[in-house]
Design a protein around this ligand. Structure first.
Ligand code: DCP
Ligand code: MG
Length: 408
């Protein structure tokens, strides 16, 4: 006799911003495979293909149970032929030959290692590979000229490729909070990015800073950075100034998706805790109130002059040291005026795909233009104000999705 299993097809709305995607993923094997194809496409600067695989992975991430048969996927959005082929092979054999051979390919491995250096993107990595550079040692042995970010990236390679834990994020939050309030009482700081979505690890820590009185946030970034630097917390920093109002395309309609807030990309020097829970720093920067200036990190000297130097001059400093009592952590800071705070909060909480889908929804389904600064309604020809994320979802005609369910 035959046992016929009832097949209930899943049903999923097509935009990721219409769905609730928690961190509980019942289809990790499938989504890991599709994410790897997405990553490889992005590393090869085929962004269109990258997004297609990201969308396919996101659909599987929000399913309530593991996929058992192709029939269950009938009618699901965003699953193209290529993705379906990969899924089918994994369901039948447990793995995708395309994904496995990509994972093992020299080119993929080299792109991974080289773009794993802070400050190195797909273009640079591709150029180096064409010049015969496949790994860090070959880069150091080469005569390639590195900019300041890449120098710091190479120097702290090991640390920056270790995931940041929630405990480390909390420790840095505390330092940041104290620093921000000390330079501007009343200023407010919010943890954004993956940690706001409830992730337990991340590749960096992201903070959004504002002040409840419009305008008081002006000049805040440089004060925060100076204060962190004086305490010996920064191994590297690069601040980009706010250019929002200078934009030729006007507020709310940025020419690119890059945000124009005052922003600081930094590498933080985080003391490791000893057994008694006391923080340790090998050069004495014990607490926030410790004597400032006496242990200034390398960022000071590298800023002065000679922004570029040869890879070989960096030596093998990324090697983990037994005695090192601190570790390097990537920290991003964004300052927003309070009038744009809700948009900044929504725009910087992620995930990256969720953000992309929100903007696509706004444009295609509502004739609106959403950025991390504002929401412009083209039909009404005006900006729509909002003081909370809830209001922005309402303007967009979307059900509110809390941060913990934006893990698309
Ligand atoms: N973001 C953006 N535009 C940029 C950079 C980031 O809109 N140019 C948004 C989307 C991200 C969020 O900011 O979700 C934070 O960026 P991250 O790269 O730090 O991403 P996550 O924090 O989500 O991931 P991770 O946990 O790996 O840090
Ligand atoms: Mg992050």
């Amino acid at each position: 006799q035959q046992i016929t299993e009832e097949v209930v097809a899943f049903s999923v709305p097509s935009y990721a911003c219409q769905r609730r995607t928690t961190l509980e993923n019942h289809n990790m094997v499938l989504t890991d495979a599709l994410s790897l194809l997405a990553e490889n496409a992005e590393l090869s600067e085929e962004d269109g293909r990258g997004v297609a695989f990201r969308r396919a992975a996101a659909v599987l991430k929000c399913l309530p149970e593991p996929v058992r048969s192709m029939a269950q996927l009938r009618g699901l959005p965003c699953l193209g032929d290529h993705s379906l082929r990969v899924i089918k092979e994994i369901l039948e054999t447990g793995a995708s030959s395309e994904v496995e051979s990509m994972r093992e390919s020299e080119r993929y491995k080299a792109l991974k290692v080289l773009t794993g250096i802070f400050g190195v993107g797909a273009k640079t990595a591709d150029r180096w590979i064409r010049e015969g550079i496949q790994d860090l040692q070959q880069l150091r042995d080469s005569e390639q000229t590195l900019n300041r970010a890449q120098q710091a990236g190479l120097e702290h390679y090991h640390d920056l490729n270790q995931l940041v834990t929630k405990a480390e994020a909390d420790a840095i939050s505390e330092i940041m909070e104290r620093t921000v309030i000390s330079v501007l009482p009343g200023a407010q700081m919010t943890l954004i990015g993956g940690f706001r979505r409830g992730k337990q690890t991340g590749h960096d820590i992201d903070f959004l800073i504002t002040h409840p009185e419009e305008g008081r946030e002006e000049g805040l970034m440089s004060k925060v950075v100076s204060c962190l630097e004086a305490q010996g917390f920064l191994l590297y920093q690069k601040t980009t100034r706010n250019s929002y109002l200078e934009s030729s395309s006007g507020p709310g309609r940025p020419s690119s998706n890059m945000d124009r807030f005052e922003r600081c990309f930094s590498i933080f020097k985080l003391a490791k805790e000893d057994k008694r829970g006391e923080t340790l720093m090998e050069d004495g920067a014990k607490t926030l109130n410790g004597d400032p200036g006496s242990h200034s990190p390398s960022s000071g000297q590298s800023q002065a002059s000679g922004d570029r130097k040869r890879a070989s001059e960096d030596g093998a400093k990324d090697k983990p040291s037994k005695h090192k009592r601190w570790r390097a952590v990537r920290v991003d800071l964004v300052v927003s005026p309070i009038s744009q705070f809700a948009f900044a909060l929504l725009g910087w909480t992620g995930s990256k795909l969720f953000e992309r889908e929100l903007r696509r929804w706004a444009g295609h389904e509502r004739s609106m233009s959403l950025s991390s600064h504002a929401l412009f309604d083209s039909k009404q020809g005006r900006y729509l104000r909002a003081t909370s994320e809830e209001e922005i979802f309402a303007h967009l005609g979307l059900e509110f999705i809390p941060p913990s369910e934006r893990n698309a």
